[in-house]
Design a protein around this ligand. Structure first.
Ligand code: UDP
Ligand code: GLC
Ligand code: MN
Length: 367
């Protein structure tokens, strides 16, 4: 049964973090979540990446990066690095959901975690560096414009003690540590990979119950190299990791290589074929053949061809540059163009339906 008024929400402000968001989204799908999947992006995310995101997420929402252009600008001007993670606050604006679970783009679910929606705002797991603070990589919240505005106001007045959203949220939801143990998520819902080596016996004892891995820290899964044949994560001078970290990284890479890379490749091919363009020169006439999306083709008007162009032979045209566009049948036109002369093209110009755009540039004096 799907629940349409609740969602998992993540954030990606650039194409790099999108890779993490995609793996997280796919991991939630693999474990058959009954909740919606939403991703917040900023204008920087490319259009190709947005198409890929739409094939994994139910909702892709563009928000402004929270930076000096926003209402917290005065506070942020002195701390420009705050901008990006403050963007997370936009999750409170998703008011068409009654309750959400925010997850950092560098998290991965290992099983179905829909039971998180039984919790109330504000629920989160302890931060391994300072357990009286929660980690803001996974939290349960209720979208509300009132809360959103209070958070912005709080940010403008107090800033954040760690320069990111986690410091701000911990100051805002300041009674988390003491008020209600029900709002403390078990650590297995946000296991930071660094905790694996800081308390090995605990990890050996409880680690097998891990539900969410958080690749916290500067080196993210996508910074590692992966051998597609052996399905192993490789380490070089810039990356390191314990055995357990490596096995979590391998899980991330398995999803990335099996489900995300093929999507990225598919959309890349589509983009290439959409912009497919062939240039030819026939007797001083430069011809550009462009494949266009049918919706683009339909929105263009068939131009009224100049009198002499109906017989589009170079010698019949004026010496001025003349550009005209025409609809043509798309199928094997490329081959046809290689084999026929311009007289044939002039005939084809009368064939209207097409997803091809033919542009003839009469660039040189045609004599
Ligand atoms: N984020 C982003 N773009 C950035 C940095 C961060 O979209 O340039 C988002 C992303 O969802 C990320 C989260 O903010 O997971 C928090 O940042 P990060 O995970 O890098 O912090 P860490 O958990 O390592 O402290
Ligand atoms: C933390 C959290 C992350 C947050 C960052 C900045 O380490 O894991 O979610 O964005 O701090 O406050
Ligand atoms: Mn993170």
């Amino acid at each position: 049964m799907s629940v349409t008024d609740q969602a998992f929400v993540t954030l990606a402000t650039d194409d790099v973090y999108c890779q993490g968001a995609l793996v997280l989204g796919q991991s939630l799908r693999n474990h058959t979540t009954s909740r919606k999947l939403a991703v917040l992006i900023t204008p920087e995310v490319s259009s190709g990446m947005r198409s890929v995101l739409r094939s994994v997420f139910d909702e892709v929402t563009e928000v402004d990066a929270l930076d000096s252009a926003d209402s917290v600008r005065l506070a942020l001007l002195q701390r420009p690095e705050l901008g990006v993670t403050f963007t997370k606050l936009h999750c409170w604006t998703l008011t068409h959901y009654s309750k959400c679970v925010f997850m950092d783009a560098d998290t991965l679910v290992l099983c179905n975690v829909d039971e998180l929606f039984d919790r109330e705002e504000f629920s989160a797991a302890p931060d391994s560096g300072w357990p009286d603070c929660f980690n803001s990589g996974v939290f349960v919240f209720r979208p509300s414009l009132k809360t959103y505005n209070l958070l912005l106001q709080f940010a403008a007045e107090h800033g954040s003690f760690d320069g990111g959203d986690q410091g701000l949220l911990n100051s805002f939801f300041s009674n988390w540590a003491t008020a209600d143990i029900g709002k403390h998520l078990p650590f297995i819902y946000n296991l930071s990979s660094s905790a694996v080596y800081s308390y090995v016996p605990a990890f050996n004892h409880f680690g097998r119950d891990t539900k969410v891995v958080h690749f916290l820290g500067a080196t993210k899964p996508w910074n590692y190299k992966y051998n597609l044949q052996t399905k192993r994560v490789m380490q070089d001078g810039t990356t390191s990791g314990s055995f357990h970290q490596l096995s979590f990284l391998a899980l991330w890479w398995n999803i990335y290589s099996a489900s995300i890379l093929p999507l990225l490749e598919k959309f890349q091919k589509m983009e290439e074929s959409e912009s497919e363009e062939w240039k030819h020169t026939f007797s001083g006439v430069e011809i550009t053949l462009k494949k266009v999306d049918p919706s683009v083709a339909n929105s263009l008007q068939m131009p009224v061809l100049p009198e002499q162009a109906s017989e589009a032979h170079p010698t019949a045209c004026s010496s001025e540059e003349l550009t005209f566009k025409a609809w043509l049948y798309s199928s094997n036109l490329y081959t046809k163009l290689n084999n026929v002369d311009l007289a044939f093209i002039s005939l084809s110009l009368t064939d209207l339906p097409s997803n091809m755009l033919l542009i003839l540039h009469f660039r040189k004096p045609l004599s």
